[in-house]
Design a binder for this molecule. Structure first.
Ligand SMILES: Cc1cc2nc3c(=O)[nH]c(=O)nc-3n(C[C@H](O)[C@H](O)[C@H](O)COP(=O)(O)OP(=O)(O)OC[C@H]3O[C@@H](n4cnc5c(N)ncnc54)[C@H](O)[C@@H]3O)c2cc1C
Length: 330
């Protein structure tokens, strides 16, 4: 392991001050379930690690006066699952349950989930995020790689389990830094980006910025769900996932937000699936039509054509699940 300094400040402003403006020089440590393995394998080699788990404000979990749920980035996933506040956001709790590991849920944080690095095995084996400009991925084993947004060198899929649900629910992220008293609010669907060059990040965070809070709007009458297609019951990433948030009136969809996970370098919002659903009463036909629309523009690689069918089914089942309808059957 590369030697590094360690700091455990108690204030957000101190965290920001300890972070370097230069990419890779410092790293934020939350639960450590993703960062520690990367440090051990020297995939990341920071000179300083800044532990944020001693900062009380990052552990806030409360409802603001306008009904917005405020979640500190260092709140653990098991605390979210135990919280009554989360009952009204089933898309989020279903995604957390999907992790299927008490250890990861107790140790991992919501901020760590959102900022975790891609699980791409080329990256995790030291080939870099782009592996020869993406050519190694195209020619190699790309069965778990992207089926959307993969025209550039980035072929990996966004690893965050909670991001599709938070984008669907219209969450807003509070980012602090780079100046000591600076803060920005960023909608969840603008937080993630597709890097094209080494040194660029998978999020809009600058190296000396911190994700501090996640704000979830009051759920009102929004129905939501997450459906993941997994190849086992262990704590591995889903093959594909879909999160939906629906506003219904008299059983008819007024507004829909449909976001696919593990199919692209970012959470992948499908405007086509949303249009296919709005104005319709939810039944099997409507859900299937949205699923078909969601994958119509997919661009699978040589080994992951199977993910197109899985993504279609994930969208269909998430919609039916949100509407409390039976979701079985391919
Ligand atoms: C065996 C194993 C299996 C796993 N399986 C899954 C899985 O099935 N699904 C899944 O989603 N994840 C999985 N993970 C990944 C990971 O454990 C979780 O996603 C977890 O939520 C990460 O949270 P953490 O607090 O431990 O993050 P950390 O490891 O502390 O941090 C993760 C990354 O985010 C950065 N970071 C953390 N917090 C912030 C912040 N507030 N602001 C800016 N940057 C920040 C860190 O610098 C680091 O790069 C697995 C990990 C392991 C070891």
């Amino acid at each position: 392991m590369h030697n590094f300094d360690y700091a455990a400040p108690r204030f957000e402003s101190d965290v920001v001050e300890l972070l370097s403006p230069e990419a890779g020089r410092t790293a934020v440590l939350a639960g450590g379930t993703d960062l520690i393995p990367l440090l051990k394998k020297m995939i990341v080699r920071p000179d300083r690690v800044v532990n944020i788990m001693e900062v009380p404000t990052l552990k806030q979990l409360d409802v603001l006066s306008d009904g917005t749920l405020r979640i500190g980035a260092a709140v653990t996933l098991d605390r979210l699952l135990d919280s009554d506040y989360l009952r009204e956001y089933p898309a989020v709790t279903q995604a957390i349950r999907g992790i299927n590991s008490m250890q990861l849920q107790c140790q991992g944080t919501i901020g760590g989930d959102l900022c975790q690095r891609p699980q791409c095995w080329f990256f995790r084996n030291g080939r870099g995020l782009f592996a020869d400009g993406g050519r190694e991925v195209v020619a190699g084993d790309n069965r778990f790689h992207a089926i959307f947004g993969n025209a550039g060198p980035a072929k990996f899929v966004s690893a965050s389990r909670l991001a599709p649900a938070l984008v669907a629910l219209g969450a807003v992220f509070r980012i602090v830094g780079p100046a000591e008293d600076e803060e920005t609010l960023v909608p969840a669907d603008e937080f993630f980006c597709t890097p094209a060059h080494d040194g660029e990040s998978e999020t809009v965070l600058l190296p000396n910025q911190l994700l501090a809070h996640i704000y979830l709007p009051s759920p009102g009458k929004t129905a939501s769900a997450t459906y993941e297609v997994r190849h086992g019951e262990g704590p591995e990433d889903p093959l594909t996932a879909a999160s939906v948030a629906l506003e219904l009136a008299g059983g008819v969809v007024q507004k829909a937000r449909i976001v696919l996970g593990h199919v692209a370098p970012t959470p992948w919002r499908s405007a086509a699936a949303e249009s296919a659903l709005v104005g319709r009463r939810i039944d099997l036909d409507a859900a299937e039509a949205a699923g078909r629309a969601a994958v119509a523009e997919a661009t699978p690689l040589s080994n992951n054509v199977y993910k197109v069918q899985l993504a279609k089914v994930a969208v269909k089942r998430a919609i039916l699940q949100a509407a409390d309808l039976e979701s079985g059957g391919f």
